[in-house]
Design a protein. Structure first.
Length: 257
């Protein structure tokens, strides 16, 4: 137990911002929050209003401004961001856009779980395909049904809608295309990327391309790839390895004293 305690990062004076996946609820993120609190951090949790965020031209910017306001109210000494899936990643990008520079500079590390999945140019098929996989679990949850990435009736209907909506949402598509580049270009903190080859929503080559672009920009990157865990399920399938990777990543970046 003493060795385990010494191995854990020390997060006193740190706020961790946890940004949920599409359709997530605070209770689903509670275990992540407890993990960081156990190390002394304070936690801010945000679950994006996915339907509005994807439906409004400035939807992800609005989510980012809400998070930036919560950070400003907390007045943290230093920040860690833990973002899940594209919804968390886009909320993070919107937060960077909205944060005052003095607060943005307090970000010390970023953990990205199962994201991003945004090519530099978003084609209509890509947008409809991945948006459908993101939205179907949200719709099923609203209907009181178990979440799933595909549904024999809902998936074709949502795909058709998103395929048409692509041509009506130029501002949002443009924002999505530049969001990954903006994340790469903003700040100098390091990233830990947690992902899986079995992820049906975020193919691993998108995460690996993001890691490559970060390294080309001189950013520090660590990546952990599993072969079997489903989308945003890595912390359940590989709990010890998941939180161990985060602990090692943070200790290596000064969170040990």
């Amino acid at each position: 137990m003493k060795d385990e305690a010494r191995a854990r990062p020390r997060l006193a004076g740190t706020h961790v911002v946890i940004l949920g996946w599409a359709g997530s609820r605070p209770r689903q993120l509670a275990a992540v929050g407890r993990h960081y609190r156990r190390d002394g951090a304070q936690v801010i949790t945000h679950c994006a209003r996915t339907t509005l965020a994807m439906g409004l031209p400035d939807g992800w910017s609005k989510e980012g401004r809400a998070v930036a306001d919560a950070i400003a109210a907390a007045a943290p000494e230093r920040l860690i961001v833990h973002a899940f899936s594209n919804a968390g990643f886009w909320t993070y990008a919107g937060t960077l856009e909205a944060l005052a520079p003095a607060l943005r500079d307090r970000i010390a590390a970023v953990v990205v779980d199962s994201a991003p999945c945004s090519p530099e140019h978003v084609e209509a098929f890509h947008y409809a395909y991945y948006s459908t996989k993101a939205m179907v679990p949200v719709v099923l949850g609203a209907l009181g049904r178990p979440p799933a990435e595909t549904h024999p009736i809902l998936s074709p209907a949502v795909w058709a809608f998103m395929r048409g909506y692509y041509h009506l949402s130029g501002r949002q598509i443009a924002w999505t295309e530049r969001s990954t580049g903006a994340v790469i270009a903003t700040g100098d903190w390091d990233h830990l990327l947690l992902y899986s080859a079995a992820d049906q929503l975020i193919p691993p080559h998108y995460v690996e391309s993001f890691a490559h672009r970060l390294r080309d920009a001189g950013r520090g990157v660590e990546a952990v790839r599993w072969e079997d865990s489903a989308h945003v399920r890595h912390m359940l399938t590989h709990r010890a390895a998941y939180f161990g990777a985060i602990a090692r990543f943070l200790r290596a970046r000064g969170f040990d004293a």
